[in-house]
Design a protein around this ligand. Sequence first.
Ligand code: NDP
Length: 298
Amino acid sequence: MADAEIIDGKAFAEKLRFRIATATEIIKEQYNKSPGLAVVLVGEDPASEVYVRNKKKQTIECGMTSFEHKLTNEVSQTELLDLIQKLNADDRVDGILVQLPLPEHIDPQAVLDAINPEKDVDGFHVVNAGKLATGGDALVPCTPLGCLLMLKDYFGDLSGKNAVVVGRSNIVGKPMAALLTRESCTVTIAHSRTKDLPSVCKSADILIAAVGKAEMVRGDWVNNETVVIDVGINRIPAPERGEGKMRLVGDVNFEEVKQNAKAITPVPGGVGPMTIAVLLRNTIQAACQRRGWDLPNL
Ligand code: NDP
């Protein structure tokens, strides 16, 4: 059998960013304003700094306005909540993103709860989680929405597909399952207590791996009709690249699974690049919903 088709998330994200830039142009022409995204970074976590830099770069490249707020590790929770209130009240800001993780003395839930749900472009606020679960006009977490956009591009119609989501976190697994249910898939949510996970996965037309365990999904867990979306990002030692070197792998054993599945997203270059593009898409959606603007085609 031929190897699985590789779903190129990098190329898909580039096309999405092009559509976002076009939508921003249309908004500027119609309303003489550009959507604004505020990103708040607390502390000096190197990985977070890279993410925030990329977010800013892509925001500007797509023609939107970027507001960056860098706070030191010593900032108090009250000071951070004050900043969130200012951003909530600032009409130039359509989306607010607080980069996680936060330092230990700050309760992340209190911070996420303080964001105006209309500006909650990460989709983590309980109001947006509730709207997603009940079929409302939610702002949806970026990573699962990115997975859904790729699946819809691949299949067209998802209705009736058997989807297995491995992982039930609030930021990936649960919203992913809700999105697939909304598309009329038959959804199974698997987790650490699931019995006989390999055979549950093997029944899937769509398999989403969002576990955080390097290369856990093996070649014999899929069938030749399974389309595999690997959300995992794990760093493992790569002695072949030199002493102390690391490499990125997903939650799926790519080499094994690509021999048996129908299609698969690689790591890196699959789901990862979609996340920032969807953040910008959410910012346009938030701007249009809050301001009553027509939402251009995305
Ligand atoms: P969490 O740790 O919050 O959740 C992991 C889930 O996997 C839990 O529901 C857990 O089950 C389940 N799980 C753990 N071990 C097993 C097992 N052996 N068998 C079956 N299920 C298991 O992780 P996240 O959802 O935040 O992230 C998942 C992965 O996605 C990580 O690798 C993360 O780095 C990556 N990620 C990637 C993003 C991207 O942009 N590409 C963005 C966000 C995350 P239980 O509930 O029973 O404990």
